[in-house]
Design a protein around this ligand. Structure first.
Ligand code: CA
Length: 535
C-alpha cells in the first residue's frame, strides 16, 4: 500500500544550490518542429532524448518494457532514454540540468513546486499551455472531466510547467487519502474479555485499562501494550482520536470551515480537550513508553508480535498482518457526544511528473506522445503494469470487447514489486470514473476504500478540504520558514502536555508563541492560496 499512499504533493522547497549556478542563454522554446530531425529516419520516426528514473527491479533500458515497445509502435516516436535508478536519480537529474546539456524532457522528474518555478525562471523548462491546447486532446478531456486539477497544476503566473500524475481512488469524502492514520483495535482481546467495541472516548479508556490489567493474551504477564503510536504527524499518529472533541487534527494542522475559512487546528479549544484526554490515558499508564521515540521498525516488531490493544497505521496489513485479530475501530463519540472524522488534505496528485526543456526541438511530437499517456487505458497500464506479456507475470488481462483492463490474481507476488517491474509511471490520469469502465480496482486499495466509504465518510462533518495549492516562490519561502519552527513547537508542546497535563495553565502563553512564530502570516498565505485555488 505504500505506493498508493505516497501521493501527497510535496510542498517542501528544494535545495537551490545546484540550480543557483544555472545560466541559461537559450530563449524559451518556440513551438516549431525541426524538419531536420524528421528526416533522420526514412519512416519519419522521430527520436527524442529523455532522462528518467525507475526501480532497480525494472530493466535498465526502459525500452525493454512491453508498454514502451507498444508505445513506440503506436506513436512512431523513439525515446532515447537515460535511465537512473531511484536512489541516485535526483542527484543525476540535477547534475544534468546544471551542466546545461539538457535532455528534451525529464520523465518521472518528480520536481517540487519550488523547483518547477525556479527552473522556469531560469529558462530551463518551458510553459506547456499552448502545447496542451493544440496537441493534447486526451489530456484536455481529463481536465474537462475533472476541472479542479486545472487550477491545481497552474502556477500563480498562469503557466503550466509540468505534466501531472493523477491517481484517484474514490473522490471527495470517500477518497482513499481522506483518512491517513486509521485506528486498529485488537478484537480478539475484546472478545476474550467479553467487551464491546468502544463507542465513546470514555469506553475506550475502560477498554484500554482492561487490556492493561486483565491479561487478554493469557500468558500470565502484564506484557500487553494498550495503546501505541508514533508521535509525529503521519499515518502512525493517534490524531484520529482528536475528532471526537471537535474539528480534530490532521498532518497539516489545517482544516477548512464550511464557509471557506482556513483554520489552524492546533490553536482551537477542542484541540486542548483532545490533548487533555490523551494525558488521562497517559496517567493510567496506557500509552506505550516508546511512543515518543520509536521508529518504524520498532513499531512494526511489536505489531508483528501482536502486543498492541490499539494502534494506528494506513493499513493493518503493514503492521499486524492481513488477519482478523485486529479490526478498524469506528470513530468515537466524545464527552459532548461529538462524532467527527477529520479529513486529511492529501490527494493523488504529483504536479512535477514530467517537464519539457527549452532544448526540445520536437515540441509537437513530444506533446502528442505525452498525450497518448493520458488515454485512460494507457494511463492505467503506465501506473500499474500491463497485459499480454509472455515473458513474465501480468497485472492485467485485457477484455477487448469491453475495452477494459481486469486485475489478475497476484498468486503470491508482491503487488508493488510486480508494478515496479512492468509499469512506467510518468504523467498519467486515473479518474474515479474509470473503475468499472476502463479498469478494475487493485485489491489492496479496495478493502481500505470500503472502510472509508462505510465507516469514516458518513462521520466527516467538514464539507471542504485544503486543495493542493500551487504557491509562488515567495509564498513557498515563507511557508517553509514558518513551518520549520511553528510545527516543531506544536509537536513539542503537545508531547509535553500528553505527559505533564499542564495544557490549561500554559494555553494562553502557547497561543502567543504561535503568533510570534508566524501563525497569522501562515494563515494568511494559506487563505490566499485556498481562495485562489477554489475561485
Ligand atoms: Ca499478558
Amino acid at each position: 500500500m505504500k505506493r498508493i499512499k505516497k501521493t501527497r504533493v510535496s510542498m517542501k522547497a528544494a535545495s537551490a544550490s545546484v540550480l543557483a549556478s544555472l545560466m541559461f542563454l537559450t530563449a524559451c522554446g518556440g513551438g516549431g518542429e525541426s524538419a531536420a530531425s524528421k528526416e533522420q529516419d526514412p519512416n519519419g520516426k522521430v527520436t527524442v532524448n529523455f532522462i528518467t528514473q525507475s526501480s532497480a527491479l525494472a530493466p535498465a533500458d526502459p525500452n525493454e518494457k512491453l508498454i514502451n515497445i507498444r508505445l513506440e509502435e503506436k506513436t512512431n516516436v523513439h525515446i532515447n532514454w537515460k535511465n537512473f535508478t531511484n536512489d541516485v536519480f535526483v542527484e543525476k537529474r540535477n547534475l544534468a540540468v546544471a551542466s546545461g546539456d539538457l535532455p528534451d524532457a525529464i520523465f518521472n522528474a518528480d520536481y517540487s513546486d519550488y523547483e518547477l518555478l525556479k527552473l522556469a525562471k531560469d529558462g530551463a523548462i518551458i510553459p506547456l499551455n499552448d502545447l496542451i491546447e493544440n496537441n493534447m486532446p486526451n489530456f484536455k478531456k481529463v481536465l474537462e472531466e475533472a476541472p479542479e486539477y486545472k487550477s491545481m497544476i497552474t502556477a500563480p503566473d498562469g503557466n503550466i510547467y509540468a505534466f501531472p500524475w493523477i491517481e484517484e481512488l474514490g473522490n471527495g469524502k470517500e477518497r482513499i487519502q481522506a483518512v491517513d492514520s486509521m485506528p486498529w483495535i485488537n478484537v480478539e482481546w475484546l472478545n476474550k474479555l467479553g467487551l464491546e467495541m468502544p463507542k465513546t472516548t470514555e469506553e475506550l479508556k475502560e477498554v484500554l485499562i482492561a487490556f492493561k490489567t486483565k491479561d487478554p493474551n493469557g500468558n500470565g504477564k502484564a506484557d500487553e501494550i494498550p495503546l501505541s503510536f508514533i508521535n509525529k504527524p503521519g499515518s502512525e499518529d493517534l490524531a484520529f482520536l482528536f475528532g471526537s472533541f471537535g474539528l480534530g487534527e490532521n498532518p497539516d494542522h489545517a482544516v477548512v470551515s464550511d464557509d471557506g475559512k482556513v483554520i489552524f487546528t492546533a490553536a482551537q479549544e477542542d484541540y486542548k480537550e483532545a490533548v487533555s484526554f490523551i494525558n488521562e490515558l497517559y496517567k493510567e499508564g496506557l500509552i506505550d513508553i516508546e511512543a515518543y521515540t520509536q521508529d518504524w521498525s520498532t513499531y512494526l516488531a511489536k505489531g508483528k508480535d501482536q502486543k498492541y490493544g490499539l494502534y494506528f497505521s494506513w493499513d493493518k496489513a503493514n503492521v499486524t498482518g492481513a488477519n482478523d485479530t485486529y479490526d478498524v475501530m469506528p470513530p468515537l463519540a466524545g464527552p459532548d457526544g461529538e462524532v467527527n472524522v477529520t479529513r486529511t488534505n492529501a490527494l493523488g496528485l504529483s504536479r512535477g511528473k514530467m517537464v519539457v526543456t527549452s532544448a526540445n526541438k520536437n515540441l509537437e511530437t513530444t506533446a502528442k506522445w505525452v498525450d497518448q499517456l493520458y488515454d485512460p487505458v494507457q494511463s492505467v497500464q503506465n501506473n500499474w503494469g500491463t497485459f499480454g506479456d509472455d515473458a513474465q507475470q501480468n497485472i492485467f488481462e485485457f477484455d477487448e470487447a469491453k475495452g477494459m483492463l481486469k486485475h489478475l490474481p497476484l498468486d503470491g507476488a508482491a503487488p508493488v514489486e510486480l508494478r515496479e517491474k512492468t509499469s512506467i509511471g510518468g504523467p498519467l490520469a486515473i479518474l474515479d470514473s474509470y473503475y468499472g469502465k476502463y479498469t478494475t480496482m487493485p485489491d489492496d486499495a479496495k478493502g481500505r476504500m470500503d472502510i472509508i466509504k462505510n465507516i469514516m465518510a458518513p462521520n466527516m462533518k467538514a464539507e471542504n478540504v485544503m486543495p493542493s495549492v500551487f504557491n509562488s516562490i515567495e509564498e513557498l519561502d515563507r511557508i517553509t520558514t514558518i513551518e520549520t519552527d511553528l510545527f516543531a513547537y506544536v509537536l513539542r508542546m503537545r508531547t509535553e502536555w500528553y505527559q505533564n497535563g499542564k495544557i490549561e495553565a500554559q494555553w494562553d502563553e502557547y497561543l502567543k508563541e504561535l503568533d510570534r512564530l508566524g501563525l497569522q502570516e501562515w494563515l494568511q498565505i494559506k487563505q490566499t492560496g485556498y481562495d485562489r485555488a477554489t475561485k
